[in-house]
Design a protein around this ligand. Structure first.
Ligand SMILES: [Zn+2]
Length: 429
């Protein structure tokens, strides 16, 4: 199931070459998924529920066509480094965010190379990613958390990088942020992401520092940021395109518009497979080896399908829905409340003065045509309504930009957080 390939690292220390080439393990996400399924009855039960919810959501909304609005995911990157070369630059991290924003919007420059039969089902997943601007405790943040560790290298299996107590970095609330740990894997692992339903303290992506982004010192074939694109796919409940059945033809990725495929495509920095590459009687078009959920090297990967986009959307509106209401991308204004916030039964909050305090007015108004009771709704044109069709429902999410009222100290970190109600639900207008 796991395709291993020896590679000569183009930027690797020459001393390493004397010890022999390293192997590459493209992804450990499904290994981790299977490990948890074996170990945890709770995970098994939760995964059954999640799959049930996904199917139900797709039955209810899957025929509406792809979502027109954008969803933006707040990201925190924990750089867990031992030697300076592992402490990758802000620019390298930003290049990874840029890649995600291209690949999940189908704005990637190499999309044009998708073979026509597969381009026909390729989709803009309407997802964007941004480094968090508001951290835990309502403090401003760059979304990058650098932690020096005495751990010289990490191997799979193991989640030690996800806890300070074991030389890693504690996650930020994984219901509010996509946590990404950058580490020095020494067993060839390029990355692994967690599926929805696992332990909250381990939720997120782990990436090898030299398979992150598209600038900096990178492994051949993992130098265009597609390791993260693939692992975010898992985080949003996508399976490998060949169905994780080894090289057999019975496995299913639970997505209808990806062809049945025998096994993973090879990870080769030197060459991509040639279209059409037929397996499992899937001619004439063959394997979709350019799909992000295959194992092809980065330069070969160009595509998510509409079916995959719908499945990710289902995850975002069920098991991952809490992240849609995250304040992680609402920059704190620092001192004093701005949105009027009722924090006690005898509220003494004051309404903001719009001439002296910034108002947050746009990103939190959502309109959709069905009342599904979710906290956060897709942006749609408020004027859109089918002739004679059902009404639009307007939901207003209220989030406080600031970090509470005056506290006992001038240090923002010591202010008492104002207790606000969570995102308001179901405020149909
Ligand atoms: Zn994978």
């Amino acid at each position: 199931m796991i395709y291993l390939r020896n590679y000569p690292g183009k930027h690797e220390d020459p001393e390493k070459d004397e010890k022999g080439p390293e192997r590459v393990v493209r992804c450990r996400a499904v290994d981790e998924h299977h490990r948890l399924l074996r170990k945890s009855a709770e995970y098994r039960a939760r995964r059954r529920e999640i799959e049930h919810d996904v199917r139900q959501w797709l039955r209810a909304y899957g025929n509406n066509g792809l979502r027109t609005g954008l969803i933006r995911i707040p990201v925190v990157v924990h750089v867990v480094w031992n030697t300076p070369d592992q402490n990758i630059s802000d620019a390298q991290i930003q290049s990874q965010i840029d890649v995600l924003n291209e690949d999940f919007r189908r704005l990637n420059a190499d999309a044009a190379g998708t073979p026509a039969p597969f381009a026909a089902v390729a989709a803009d997943a309407r997802l964007e990613f941004a480094l968090a601007t508001r951290g835990p405790g309502c403090v401003p943040t760059t979304g990058i958390n650098r932690v020096h560790t005495s751990v010289t290298g990490w191997t799979y299996p193991g989640n030690g990088m996800k806890a300070a107590a074991t030389g890693g970095a504690d996650p930020w609330d994984s219901s509010q942020y996509l946590n990404v740990w950058i580490v020095n894997f020494t067993d060839g692992t390029l990355g692994f992401g967690t599926f929805p339903g696992g332990p909250a303290a381990r939720d997120g992506l782990v990436l090898k520092h030299s398979a992150t982004g598209r600038t900096g010192t990178l492994i051949d074939g993992a130098d265009r940021g597609r390791t993260a694109t693939h692992e975010v796919g898992h985080w949003l409940d996508l399976f490998h395109i060949w169905g994780d059945d080894g090289t057999a033809c019975y496995g299913d990725d639970l997505v209808a518009d990806t062809p049945n495929q025998a096994g993973p495509s090879p990870f080769s920095p030197a060459a991509c497979r040639v279209f059409p590459a037929v397996s499992c009687s899937n001619g004439p078009d063959g394997d979709m080896f350019m799909n992000y959920m295959d194992y092809s090297a980065d330069q070969c990967l160009t595509t998510f399908t509409a079916g995959q986009a719908a499945r990710m959307d289902a995850a975002l509106h069920t098991s991952r829905s809490s992240i849609l209401a995250s304040p992680g991308l609402v920059p704190p204004t620092g001192v004093g409340p701005d949105l009027w916030c009722k924090d006690t039964s005898d509220d003494d909050g004051t309404e903001p003065n719009p001439s002296s305090q910034p108002m947050y007015i746009s990103d939190d108004i959502y309109v959709r045509r069905h009342n599904d009771g979710l906290a956060n709704q897709d942006h749609e044109n408020p004027e859109y309504r089918l002739p004679g069709g059902p009404p639009n429902y307007v939901y207003v999410r209220v989030r406080n930009r600031a970090c509470g009222g005056p506290g006992p100290s001038s240090s923002i970190g010591q202010r008492h957080p104002r207790v606000c109600p969570g995102p308001l639900r179901g405020m149909a207008a």
